[in-house]
Write a protein that binds this ligand. Sequence first.
Ligand SMILES: O=C(CO)COP(=O)(O)O
Length: 244
Amino acid sequence: MIVGNWKMNGLSAPSRALVSAIADGLRATPNPPPVVVCPPFTQLAVLGPLLNGTGIALGAQDCHPAPSGPHTGDISASMLAELGVEYVILGHSERRRDHGELDETVREKALAAMAAGLTPIVCVGESADQRAAGEYQDAVGWQIKGSLPDNFNGIVAYEPIWAIGSGVPAPVQDIADMMGFLRAELTRQFGEAGKTTRILYGGSVSGRDASDILPIAEVGGALVGGASLEADAFLPIVRAAIDL
Ligand SMILES: O=C(CO)COP(=O)(O)O
């Protein structure tokens, strides 16, 4: 599965052009993997109708834990579901940083997303300091424990913060080690269900290295930031996922 996280990018005209270029590329690609685009909230209603029949699913980048109520500026999971949104990214490190989101909040958001019929994509990942101090497994282990509800039914994205936006993904060996760790943690926490939870890698994935990253054991796809903003950069990543 290849998921594009557009972050805070995308006015209407370029957003429409981007999804139509991705759709054209997918039409010309035999057996493409599942593809999800996660534009800003303001583009969801614009893009939803354009995605019908393209094989591209719609995702959002956040939701509020409550179903409705006095939460100025927030968006609930059912509001997203009404627009045809199927996935929602939760607990991205940029939200943890910019909005002080804690594991507890992320867990509540995941519950709200599932209650509305959405698939949460919960992000975890260590900082550069935590990696340098050798605390990266502890840090990610605690995030998994704190951010995923007991009945979690969704996707986990491992995004080492030091690799995001750096232009250089984490080394293959580091990704492989963390994927093994995450699978063990998920299995310990969720039993059978944890054995099949999809795990994405995110952090500077591009067409140059997708074919090294996607075949790593336990990697179930990529969460792509910068390279999801141009079809010419995104489609090679999608193609690297074919037949894996
Ligand atoms: O944060 C990311 C996706 O959620 C990764 O972003 P980049 O691919 O730009 O490093």
